[in-house]
Write a protein that binds this ligand. Structure first.
Ligand code: NCD
Length: 359
């Protein structure tokens, strides 16, 4: 019996696995390949299910997972708002909750559990007690590996399936953005990439990300504004990756301080919060002027969304705008991830099968 294939962190993927996932996802863009994948799943197993449990809000991640599972002919069941509407509200532990979901998942021939939690490390804890693959759909400010995969897929399709030798220009919240935390690890699997991070003071990339860049010996630069970064990268084609200010993470820390009657700390955090918001609005937004003057036709603009003003200046159909493609590509990326985790369909023996019909 082979090991359960969880996807908790981008670190669970090596270059071989990521390339397989990208190739499978790109193939799945064709309706014929979708039908082939669904039929292959059906031939192998009489029942499949995806069970999801989401503690934090989600539009794209949840909907694209459901779409992906349904396209594969899987049944889908799950809980949104799980802190309120599951037994977590009665203080049931994460581990007990996952053990419970396992009992229903195991009635099926094959299953996967998709989990979004507010605590970093939650997916790892879930995987430790689960006999069914756990797919991390975001754990607090920790990681969001399937978003990283779909982001790479959109790049892969834009660049004629050639990744590497890119200038990755991250803008926004390097501290709390789990999508950045996962994606940088996937960028580092390809040779020749350089990095620039434009983040306000207080939202710089976390130590783990910095450590990974150092360890890989990748060139990277940290600045405090989009404009500074633009100066540094003038003349190069850049893949911008905008993120929003994840202010709810700071708000949670402020609420906690006041709740614990740590008033001084609460006040300090509130002042810091206002300063960060101001800096973010001034320095990390793609204004119409910057878009017109600084962003060339060789540049591409990505955003995991939701965007709340960071890229509003950009029309949906602007050829530099990849963020709409990212939403759509999430479906094929997640179809591939589900099959990869369950080792079925296009991933029958663990690796991608090579006899996929192409249109
Ligand atoms: C992100 C998330 O939830 O981490 N969105 C997503 O999944 N596409 C980004 C965010 O919330 O800012």
């Amino acid at each position: 019996m082979s090991e359960v294939r969880h996807l908790v962190s981008a670190a669970d993927l090596d270059l071989h696995a990521l390339n397989n996932l990208l190739q499978a996802s790109a193939t799945l863009m064709s309706p014929r390949a979708k039908t082939f994948a669904r039929n292959t799943v059906r031939q192998e197993t009489d029942s499949t299910t995806m069970i999801y449990s989401f503690v934090e809000p989600s539009t794209r991640t949840r909907m694209s997972f459901i779409t992906a599972a349904e396209l594969l002919g899987m049944t889908v069941q799950g809980t949104e708002n799980a802190k309120v509407s599951s037994s977590a509200a009665k203080r049931e532990s994460l581990e007990d909750g996952i053990t419970t979901l396992n009992q229903y998942a195991k009635k099926f021939g094959h299953a996967a559990i998709v989990l979004r939690d507010s605590e970093p490390g939650a997916a790892q804890r879930a995987a430790a007690v689960s006999e069914v693959p756990i797919i991390n759909a975001g754990d607090g400010e920790g990681e969001h590996p399937t978003q990283g995969i779909l982001d790479k897929l959109t790049e892969y399709l834009r660049r004629g399936r050639q990744l590497g030798n890119q200038v990755h220009f991250y803008v926004g919240d390097g501290k709390n953005s789990r999508t950045i935390h996962s994606k940088v690890q996937l960028d580092l699997l390809f040779p020749g990439n350089e990095f620039i991070f434009a983040t306000p003071k207080g939202l710089e990339i976390d130590e783990k990300t910095r450590g990974r860049l150092e360890e890989a010996g990748a060139p990277y630069l940290e600045v405090n504004s989009l404009l500074e970064g633009l100066e540094e990268t003038e003349g190069k084609a850049r893949d911008f990756y905008f993120t929003r200010d994840q202010e709810e993470r700071r708000q949670a820390a402020i609420n906690k301080a006041f709740k614990n009657l740590n008033v001084l700390r609460g006040v300090k955090l509130t002042i810091e919060d206002r300063r960060i918001k101001k800096d973010f609005m001034r320095d990390c937004i793609l204004t119409p002027e910057i878009l017109d003057r600084e962003i060339t036709e060789d540049d591409a603009i990505y955003h995991p969304r939701p965007q709340v003003g960071e890229i509003s200046a950009l029309e949906n159909d602007d050829p530099r705008n990849e963020s709409i493609n990212q939403m759509s590509d999430g479906v094929e990326a997640r179809m591939a991830v589900l099959m990869w985790a369950m080792r079925i369909g296009l991933f029958k023996n663990g690796d991608i099968i090579k006899t996929i019909p192409l249109d």
